[in-house]
Design a protein around this ligand. Structure first.
Ligand code: ATP
Length: 210
């Protein structure tokens, strides 16, 4: 029961900020951008930037740097942001509802096709164009939907039990917004982004500043 590791995770996490900067350069009319420019803007080492970009299969030209258009295409393709991935939401509460309405996901190919909940008042409703089904119908609905990712926004106390059911239903990737470290089989990948951990850091720092 070991969590599947995402290779080169820190490098992958940096790519969206490169992409943002490179798009900016493109709209400013630049055809080429150097690793040094990217590094300076983002306060990184140029060698780190070159290494990260090499992962995407693109190489820069000496003195000119990287073709902006080619770099954008290469990063988007490497991240899989140029293809559509269907997602389901588990837990149509406040956080989950907000995520289904977040348009940046759609821009990057992440499309919510269904939500699941156990609250009778929510089942049968529609949130941001996404139908909410009973969690009991998960397996049946999944047969008809080509789902790649399950986004977990249920209370933490429910997280592991629900995860076990998701795994049983064949889900291979879980984006976990609860503060539970989920136990999953090796062939399932979990990304945890618990907002309360981030807030804990801020709150701690503020407390120290008093
Ligand atoms: P609300 O008060 O509207 O439910 P919330 O965001 O405060 O919103 P949470 O208690 O965090 O709600 O729960 C998130 C969502 O997860 C809710 O919609 C809830 O109905 C749902 N949920 C809770 N337990 C389960 C479960 N066992 N299976 C499926 N969904 C669940």
């Amino acid at each position: 029961m070991i969590k599947k590791k995402i290779p080169a995770a820190p490098s992958i996490r940096r790519l969206p900020s490169y992409l943002h900067l490179i798009r900016q350069a493109q709209s400013d009319g630049f055809e080429f951008i150097s690793a040094t420019t990217i590094a300076n803007e983002l306060v990184l080492e140029p060698i780190q930037v070159r290494k990260d970009l090499a992962m995407t299969g693109i190489t820069g030209k000496p003195k000119r740097g990287y073709s902006v258009i080619k770099l954008i295409t290469a990063i988007e393709h490497f991240l899989g942001w140029d293809s559509v991935k269907n997602a389901i939401l588990i837990g149509a509460g406040n956080l989950g509802t907000a995520l289904t309405g977040y348009q940046e996901f759609v821009k990057h190919g992440l499309v919510f096709v269904a939500a699941f909940d156990n609250n009778e008042e929510k089942i049968g409703t529609i949130i941001h164009n996404v139908p909410v089904y009973s969690f009991d119908d998960l397996k049946t609905k999944l047969k008809r939907l080509n789902v790649s990712i399950a986004v977990l926004t249920v209370p933490s106390s429910q997280a592991q039990a629900i995860t076990d059911k998701l795994v049983e239903a064949g889900i291979k990737a879980i984006w976990n917004f609860t503060n539970i470290k989920l136990k999953v089989p090796e062939n399932v990948v979990v990304q945890r982004d618990d907002l309360t951990s981030g807030y804990a850091l801020l709150s701690f720092v503020l407390g120290k500043a008093d």
